[in-house]
Design a binder for this molecule. Structure first.
Ligand code: C5P
Length: 410
């Protein structure tokens, strides 16, 4: 069976003696049904000719960023959009450094900055170059950016050394490419996640908010990205770093969050409301700091818009998932919310229990939908996020939803 049928693989070849294996890699990827286009750096062309790769890929090979003919058609952007995966094999130490530094001074590095597709590097270099602190630091940074590594392998090297730094064999690279596509169960889906608290101003220095850390929403956004989705994360004020490859929209109040969600919702396939939106805001916003007096002070509060219910009430809503955080009667309240807000699914979690829920690294969820439910026991929020997304996609498909952009490309 061809496991890579119609997958678009953009293969980057950089300057390493292992570049001779790239021709065989292209052949094997095509045997599995993939379409392969090749970009070579200048150094790569010293090891293997573009003509060889052109003959084997059946496509023109790209070597220039500023090509007078092709660049008029924004070649780097078109290639970046075409790719379902950017695979750089072999990836030299110099190219890893360039990628870690965010350089864009040749076609391959520019495409890597411009693409939304997963980027995978298969390093190949002398074992001392691989172990060099600078290389290891670059690799750590690339992993933080969400870039995956295939290898390197350990063994004898072209330079006569024996050690870590060999390019994986083409058949091993193809196996790993297949694995990546198998885990990409959200490829072609646009997932919108809300996260964190909102702040509702009383005056220029005071606000009403809650204890949400945003961790659950950020973990969902990251897992969705890793599963291949296009992810938009709309976040209230949190102390978390942005998630690599995820579009982050920072908002402040419930009203800001509603506006940010509604302007993007038309293209969304799955909406996950993990934000702890403030339910009330002061009816009046004071433009100056309220002075303190001896007497008590009362603030009148009004309801904030219910973002989740607004989305679920749209004529053509996306698959809509809410959260219910409760201190008592968890399942009962959660089922009520599922029905009242017309949701496809709700993830219920206890709050006020030590070690889980709000402002914690861990959580436990009861996931409910109209005809059933499942319990996800206490685990790291990152782990729970992946499990939740798998349940969402099962229910999504069972309900016969179709993603907006699912185009048959992985
Ligand atoms: O009604 P309750 O606030 O308990 O519902 C919680 C769910 O609704 C969460 O998914 C939360 O993100 C969402 N919500 C919202 N807008 C609000 C209040 C809650 O989207 N104003």
């Amino acid at each position: 069976m061809n496991t890579l049928t119609d997958k678009h693989i953009l293969l980057g070849i950089t300057g390493s003696i292992a570049a001779y294996k790239s021709a065989d890699l292209v052949r094997r990827l095509r045997e599995q049904g993939a379409q392969v286009q090749v970009i070579m750096t200048a150094a790569a062309t010293a090891f293997i000719t573009p003509l060889t790769l052109q003959s084997i890929s059946g496509q023109p090979v790209y070597t220039q960023l500023l090509d007078a003919v092709t660049e008029s058609a924004m070649e780097h952007i078109e290639l970046a959009r075409w790719a379902d995966m950017v695979l750089i094999a072999p990836a030299s130490a110099d190219f890893l450094a360039k990628l870690a530094g965010g350089h864009a001074d040749d076609l391959l590095s520019t495409v890597c900055l411009a693409t939304n597709a997963p980027i995978v590097v298969a390093p190949a270099m002398n074992s001392f170059m691989w172990q060099a602190p600078a290389t290891q630091e670059n690799c750590q940074r690339l992993q933080q950016y969400g870039i995956k590594f295939f290898g390197p392998a350990t063994g004898s090297q072209a330079c006569g050394e024996v050690g870590k730094g060999r390019l994986l064999e083409p058949n091993e690279l193809v196996d790993q490419v297949q694995e990546v596509f198998q885990t990409q169960f959200l490829a072609g889906y646009h997932v919108l996640v809300t996260a964190g608290p909102t702040r509702e101003d009383i005056d220029p220095v005071r606000f009403i908010s809650n204890r949400s850390s945003g961790r659950m929403g950020y973990a969902i956004a990251q897992s969705a990205k890793m599963a291949g989705a296009q992810v938009t994360l709309i976040s209230g004020p949190v102390a978390l770093p942005p998630v690599a490859g995820v579009q982050l929209i920072s908002v402040y109040s419930a009203q800001d969050m509603l506006t940010a969600v509604m302007t993007r919702i038309a293209t969304v396939d799955i909406f996950i409301a993990a934000a702890a939106v403030a339910d009330y805001r002061p009816s009046q916003l004071f433009s100056h700091k309220i002075k303190k007096y001896d007497a008590d002070w009362q603030i009148t509060l009004e309801r904030t818009p219910d973002i989740l219910a607004t989305v679920a009430a749209l004529p053509h809503p996306p698959f809509t998932v809410g959260f219910a955080a409760e201190t008592d009667n968890l399942l009962e309240y959660a089922r009520e919310k599922l029905q009242q807000k017309q949701l496809n699914m709700i993830a219920a979690n206890w709050v006020g229990v030590a070690g889980i829920g709000f402002d914690s690294e861990k959580n436990a969820l009861n996931v409910l939908w109209a005809e059933g439910g499942i319990e996800l026991p206490c685990a790291a929020k990152t782990e729970l996020a992946g499990q939740l997304l798998e349940i969402i996609i099962q229910q999504y498909q069972q309900n016969g939803y179709l993603p907006h952009q699912k185009s048959g490309s992985y």
